[in-house]
Design a protein around this ligand. Structure first.
Ligand SMILES: [Zn+2]
Length: 133
């Protein structure tokens, strides 16, 4: 995991970034007309279209995150005792970013050990010899 944060928070962050990016592109595109005149209109057109798509995308992500946050389990974090929302089998607390899991096999190990075991799993699976069933 690149961002050590709750999944819903990560979705919202991406939505916000895309909105800013889309608005920036639309503003830059419009500014192109002022600076380059006739040639700038092409730049403005591209900027407006790409900016609009980015903003539509961010709207979709926002909407999706909103839908997800209404359907996910709300639990009390065992670390900071605040109500947090959990997405999937493992997720981080929205407040203290502790790893939470409903998977019993992962419940007794620490954050670093979890990442280590996930690394080992992905490395071992393709090359491991056939195991007796
Ligand atoms: Zn917490």
């Amino acid at each position: 995991m690149i961002f050590k944060t709750a999944k819903i928070v990560a979705f919202r962050t991406w939505g916000l970034l895309l909105t800013i990016l889309g608005m920036g592109l639309m503003v830059l595109g419009t500014a192109g007309i002022v600076f380059w005149g006739q040639a700038g209109k092409i730049v403005a057109g591209i900027g407006l279209v790409v900016g609009l798509i980015a903003m539509m995308g961010s709207l979709g992500i926002y909407f999706w995150a909103g839908m997800l946050s209404t359907s996910v389990k709300q639990i009390e974090c065992p670390e900071c005792h605040k109500p947090t929302k959990m997405l999937g089998k493992t997720d981080r607390c929205m407040f203290c970013r502790t790893m939470l899991t409903t998977d019993l096999r992962q419940a007794t190990i620490t954050d670093d050990e979890l990442e280590e075991s996930q690394k080992l799993e992905t490395q071992a699976t393709p090359s491991s010899p056939a195991q007796p069933r």
